[in-house]
Design a protein around this ligand. Structure first.
Ligand code: ADP
Length: 900
């Protein structure tokens, strides 16, 4: 027994659990009162911290005074064991030691029991941990959006052991339907199976989780982790597989990458200077190419330096403003600052900046656009604008700008002064308030034509009404100012006060009219006088002739001869005077007819042959033609030739007189050209102008040895003019000779009927003719018959400003360019549009609604006339017509316009 006890003691001592022997103390009623420590082992001491010597033989209530206060009723527990002589095992957490114990209590004999305390804290904790881990794992395993599976590989094919909810959802199968199935059972594509498989192997090989990405069969990005879980009892490897859909993240990443790429591109290629600086100290962290280009620095020269060090800010106030704005608002938008670049030059930078955090450091990203050149241009533009404004404002003539509604938008001082309104007053006025009523419509029409780009400049003389109600005459020149897009911005008008000029002009017109009137009176007087003188001359010449025949004494016959010759010369002079007075009184009769001019010149020349022979002069006539039929006035032509040949013989002592005839083209018109050349005394250059004036001779006064009173060339010039021709002294050299040239319009055939007309500007309405050429009505004549154009132009040249066009389209265009008061339109053109069509087109042009249009036609009957009037003509005249008939017809129309 002793040995047994010893043996037990040994075991007890070396047990890894704490053991204690206890004896129960009962009262007389056998109630459990307390228990005593009989023996404890070392481990007990270790676990409880109680010392064996201090507790053996002691009651529990002494050793563990708090035992009764414990949650667990140890006393009734021990009592129960003792009474039943049984045992119990449980786990207990000791608050005092903060440990878990596995407690075994068992009774040995009645009244004795043993307690065994085994420290299971670690076990319990790890069990708890496992439990926790398991719950976590469950939660993790079932986490939404993530597919998880545990698989094992059997005979090279993978089998699902367990899958989470997401996985079942994905396959639309239940756990049970998936469990135990191979990958191929579930129709997982071979490609994907291989990817999973390879990564299972990898995780096994490296014994660590392997993450990988792939694109699944639905074209979605998968992020996957495979984990080797160890081998099961049968030696098959187990793996976990976690799958996550990262398509959205991938997309976002791609976008981010793209925007990052974009940003870095933008940063590097931007022509803005972009710099990153630290907010705290202005140290430059990074700059782009643009910054280097603008500043002239190299990358290494700026990185790590502060803007202060580089002395970039020209003005400290700018820098303060920049920093303050950023501090207050976090950003700054498009402010102009001045910066100093490496070369020391100053640039103006349009600056924007923003505060940003880079790796938790407050930074500034600044972008600067170099606008120095733009600024310079702006300043230059401003200066030039200023200059032009000054020119406008200070110009000595009136200048105004009108808007498209014809209101004044700007006026200069000169104009204000002219009209007596302040510029402010003028801004509330339109041009209509300042222009006399009768000019308003014309001006308005022309402004519109300017705005419609039908004309580019409009010049006019208008009557302006001042604020004082007084008026002045202004010459205005108007054009438009266009913007860069070609649209009209303003109308600009320059106005010059021409009131004084105008009155001088009017006085001149008056003076000229008076002088002409005086000349007419003089000519009338001369005509009258020459008639009075001619009558007695007939007697003197006749009787001196008779005396010559009847007298005997030689010296008396000589007297009578002298009287006769003197009176003949006097008659010549009187005749010349009469011719001139007829012309000047505009009473010359012109009679056109067709004749052979070669024959007629020959006749005149032969008349002078004797006279020439007497002076031993050669008289010759050369012609390009044998016969040349012309349409002209024969009598006038003869008189012209007489005067010229007469002068040539008179002023030539020796040599020859030569006449030449040819046709000459001058500007689209054909002329008969007759030259009379002599080898006479010639005319000095300084006298060549006066020979055309009446009563003027080259050598005047008593010393003159030639007969004549200086009227011959005056009359000749007037005669040539009466045929719409020209006469010039072509060449004259003193002592060498002179050549006179006569040009007469050449008409091959008669256009109008042969007719007589009085050479005068107009016969019966002379008093109505306006002498000022500018105030004459504008007439357009459209005809493709060249001769008709020449004749009609000559008929109308003194009563109108006549323009011509030779086809219908040209006529329409001409009517668009200028506003005519009257249009004469031929109806039958040889080609192209006919006259009636042209008239209808012209009627569509603004201004021509009511302008009279005359149909001029060669073949017209009454029914045609009706058609003409229906198709837009107001009048009608048929060819041929006499000058008088035609001029009177036109005068009537013009008069009716004036009266309206
Ligand atoms: P006049 O009666 O004096 O000849 P005209 O009007 O015919 O008057 O001529 C004016 C002047 O022109 C003449 O006086 C003469 O001096 C000069 N004259 C005209 N024709 C000739 C000519 N063929 N040669 C030289 N001088 C001429």
């Amino acid at each position: 027994m002793k040995k047994t006890i010893k043996h037990y003691q040994y075991i007890l001592e070396n047990l890894i659990s704490g053991v204690a022997f206890h004896q129960i103390i009962r009262d007389k009623n056998n109630n459990f009162v307390d228990f005593i420590f009989l023996e404890v082992n070392k481990e007990f001491e270790n676990i409880t911290g109680l010392k064996r010597e201090e507790i053996i033989g002691k009651k529990a209530s002494e050793v563990l005074p708090y035992i009764k206060k414990r949650k667990l009723d140890w006393y009734s527990l021990y009592n129960d064991i003792d009474l039943k002589e049984s045992k119990i095992s449980f786990e207990y957490f000791s608050v005092s030691t903060n440990k878990w114990f596995k407690v075994n209590v068992f009774s040995i004999n009645k009244g004795y029991f043993i307690t065994e305390f085994q420290d299971v804290t670690e076990l319990i904790n790890s069990r708890k941990e496992i439990l926790e881990r398991e719950t976590n794992f469950r939660e993790f395993f079932d986490s939404p959006g993530i597919l998880k599976a545990i698989c094992k590989i059997v005979d090279k094919s993978a089998v699902f052991l367990e899958v989470n909810k997401e996985f079942t959802n994905y396959f639309n199968l239940s756990q049970e339907e998936i469990k135990g199935k191979t990958f191929s059972d579930l129709k997982i594509p071979k490609r994907i199976e291989k990817i999973w498989f390879d990564n299972f192997k990898k995780s096994e090989e490296f014994n660590k989780p392997i993450s990988f990405e792939y694109i699944n069969s639905k074209n979605r990005y998968r992020f996957a982790i495979s984990h080797f879980l160890g081998k099961d009892n049968d030696g098959f490897s187990k793996y976990s597989l976690v799958l996550q859909d990262i398509t959205e993240r991938k997309k976002a990443e791609a976008e981010l990458r793209l925007s990052e790429e974009k940003f870095s591109k933008a940063f590097s290629i931007s022509h803005y200077a972009i710099l990153f600086t630290k907010f705290e100290d202005g140290i430059i962290l990074d700059v782009n190419e643009g910054f280097l280009k603008i500043s002239g620095y190299e990358y290494n020269q700026v990185i790590g330096k502060s803007t202060l060090e580089l002395d970039i800010w020209l003005d400290a106030a700018d820098r303060t403003d920049f920093t303050r704005e950023l501090t207050l608002k976090g950003r700054l938008v498009q402010k102009e600052y001045k910066f100093r670049i490496k070369s020391g030059d100053i640039i103006i930078g349009l600056t924007s900046a923003e505060l940003i955090d880079i790796n938790k450091i407050k930074c500034i990203i600044t972008s600067v656009l170099d606008i120095t050149e733009r600024k310079k241009a702006e300043i230059a533009l401003k200066e030039s604008e200023e200059r032009f404004r000054k020119i406008f404002d200070e110009a000595p003539i009136g200048m105004v700008l009108l808007d498209n509604n014809l209101n004044y938008v700007r006026v200069n001082k000169a104009f204000s002064k002219m009209v007596g309104y302040s510029s402010e007053e003028l801004f509330n006025l339109s041009f209509k308030d300042l222009v006399d009523f009768e000019f308003v419509k014309m001006a308005e029409d022309n402004y519109k034509r300017l705005l419609n780009a039908e004309i580019f400049v409009y010049k006019a003389t208008k009557k302006y009404i001042k604020k004082s109600n007084d008026y002045f005459w202004g010459d205005s020149t108007t054009s438009v100012i266009k913007g860069s897009n070609g649209n009209v911005i303003n109308i600009i008008e320059m106005i010059e006060d021409v009131t004084d000029k105008k009155s001088i002009e009017q006085n001149l017109i008056l003076a000229k009219e008076r002088a002409e009137e005086m000349n007419r009176i003089k000519s009338n007087f001369l005509a009258q006088m020459s008639h009075e003188l001619r009558t007695p001359m007939v007697g003197i010449i006749g009787f001196s002739d008779l005396l010559k025949e009847n007298l005997r004494e030689k010296h008396l016959i000589d007297f009578a001869d002298k009287i006769n010759k003197g009176s003949k010369r006097l008659l010549d002079t009187l005749n010349q005077l009469l011719d001139l007075s007829i012309i000047e009184a505009k009473k010359l009769k012109v009679k056109f007819k067709t004749f052979n001019i070669v024959k007629e010149i020959n006749e005149v020349v032969s008349f002078y042959e004797n006279l020439a022979k007497e002076k031993k002069l050669e008289l010759k006539f050369e012609s390009e033609f044998d016969t040349l039929m012309v349409y002209s006035d024969l009598a006038i032509l003869r008189q012209i030739l007489n005067n010229l040949i007469n002068n040539s013989i008179k002023y030539t002592k020796e040599g020859y007189i030569r006449l030449c005839l040819k046709l000459e083209q001058k500007e689209s018109k054909k002329y008969i050209c007759i030259t009379v050349e002599d080898t006479g005394i010639g005319i000095p250059p300084d006298k060549q102008d006066i020979i055309w004036d009446s009563f003027r001779q080259v050598s005047e006064g008593h010393g003159r040895t030639f007969e004549g009173v200086g009227l011959g060339l005056t009359i000749t010039k007037n005669l040539v003019n009466s045929l719409d021709g020209e006469i010039h002294l072509k060449e004259s050299i003193p002592d060498k000779g002179s050549t006179f040239e006569v040009l007469l319009p050449y008409f091959e055939k008669s256009l109008t009927s042969d007719f007589d007309y009085i050479y005068e500007e107009n016969s019966k309405k002379n008093h109505n003719v306006i002498k000022n050429k500018f105030l004459l009505p504008d007439v357009l004549y459209v005809d493709d018959d060249r001769e008709a154009v020449i004749v009609v132009s000559s008929f109308l040249k003194n009563i109108s400003n006549i323009d011509t066009a030779d086809n219908a389209v040209a006529g329409i265009n001409q009517a668009r360019i200028k506003r005519y008061d009257l249009i004469l339109m031929d109806i039958n053109f040889r080609t192209g549009m006919d006259g009636l069509q042209a008239i209808q087109e012209i009627r569509k042009i603004p201004w021509y609604e009511n302008v009279p249009i005359v149909a001029v036609t060669a073949f017209a009957m009454d029914k045609d006339k009706k058609e003409f009037l229906e198709k837009g003509c107001t009048h009608y005249i048929s060819k041929p017509f006499s000058r008088e008939e035609f001029v009177n017809f036109i005068q009537d129309i013009l008069e009716s316009i004036r009266n309206n």
